[in-house]
Design a protein around this ligand. Structure first.
Ligand code: MRU
Length: 346
């Protein structure tokens, strides 16, 4: 994945790798206004909690990039409106709100500057959010290595990799760091219905990096565990409450339940930008519901009778008591999560 970048700022535009077209085609989208970022996040051309936060930060820069240097009130209106619109794209991932709050703070901190310098200050903030995420993932990855056996047979869900972050990844960052540390790693990848982030994205990025990858349908995970084929489950997170409850891609909760049944450690990997210290439990995490067509169709092909009722929650909540450890850039958090997460909030 070294030569493939998820998000880049290039000459006044944002360049995104179009994840909706992977793995068939490697298409780069050049986006020049913030509506393009709004649409790319809503339509999941770019997805994954840290990645949408980073893209949204650059979206704020795009919103003001061409504002004339004399139009201070227009600049402020455009920046604030863009932040509000970007916040409304997807509700669950904390990183989106975290990054946009950082952009709003950067705006307030630099209000005394000229419009030209304000634009540069916002660009610098967005670039720092990107670089900072890459460093967090690398540090988190190193911390997570101690949880891997020398022969690690890992099950992962959705995509918590380089494609979901600035680079390197969270759950997949641990695997990258583990491989570098000389562990022998075999990865089972859940396909991750309805949008197949596991099959399309995780299998792709791990194979690009030469991992031993085996793809399974979501409903095969219990049998794979019963057969003793995996010794750890590692997933990412979209939002983590103060008690350690974790929102992540739909299907994560089911995996945690069956992992417990088979005495397999269930590990979550996430940077602190995913933690929501304002929420006591996962009950209060907003869960996105997406279009019925994501369930009734696979690509262009309809797979269900017309008019069938559909429920399509994009995330679920895994209760803290099913989680063995949460790996962050500040180290590994073990239960009791309430006390140990509180230490990080300081
Ligand atoms: O709907 P998505 O593809 O944005 O969901 C992504 C996930 O659930 C990831 O596991 C999570 O964002 C962590 S990414 C490091």
């Amino acid at each position: 994945m070294d030569d493939i970048k998820t998000i880049q700022w290039v000459n006044g535009k944002v360049r995104l790798l179009d994840q909706a077209q992977l793995p068939e085609e490697l298409v780069l989208l050049e986006i020049s206004d913030h509506n393009g970022i709004v649409n790319a996040i809503k339509n999941m051309n770019l997805r994954g909690a840290p990645a949408i936060g980073i893209a949204a930060a650059f979206g704020v820069v795009l919103a003001v990039w061409n504002v004339p240097e004399t139009d201070r009130s227009g600049f402020l209106v455009k920046a604030n409106k863009a932040i509000d619109e970007l916040k409304a794209t997807r509700p669950t991932a904390k990183n989106l709100f975290w990054a946009l709050d950082k952009m709003r703070n950067a705006l307030s901190r630099n209000l005394n500057k000229s419009i030209r310098d304000l634009k540069q200050a916002l660009l610098k903030e967005a670039q720092e959010i990107l670089e900072d995420d890459i460093q967090r993932c690398k540090t988190l990855g190193k911390h997570g290595v101690e949880l891997l056996q020398n022969r690690a047979n890992v099950l992962t869900h959705c995509n918590a990799g380089a494609l979901a972050t600035g680079d390197y990844g969270t759950a997949l960052g641990i695997l990258r760091a583990g491989k570098q540390a000389g562990k022998k790693i075999k990865v089972y990848v859940d396909e991750t219905r309805p949008l197949f982030q596991g099959a399309r994205l995780t299998a792709f990025e791990l194979m690009e990096d030469g991992f031993d990858v085996t793809l399974i349908c979501d409903n095969m995970a219990a049998f794979v565990m019963q057969q003793g084929l995996v010794n750890i489950v590692i997933v990412g997170a979209d939002r983590i409450a103060r008690n350690g409850d974790v929102a992540n891609k739909i299907g994560t909760y089911g995996l945690a339940v069956i992992a417990q049944k088979h005495n397999i450690p269930f590990v979550v990997a996430a940077p602190l930008s995913t933690f929501d210290f304002t929420l006591e439990t996962g009950r209060d995490i907003p869960i996105e519901e997406r279009a019925p067509e994501e369930v009734t169709k696979i690509g262009a092909k309809t797979i269900a009778p017309e008019g069938v009722k559909v429920y399509n929650p994009a995330f679920d909540i895994t209760p803290h008591y099913l989680i063995h450890a949460i790996v962050t850039e500040k180290g590994i958090i073990k239960p009791p999560f309430w006390e140990n997460i509180a230490k990080l909030a300081k």
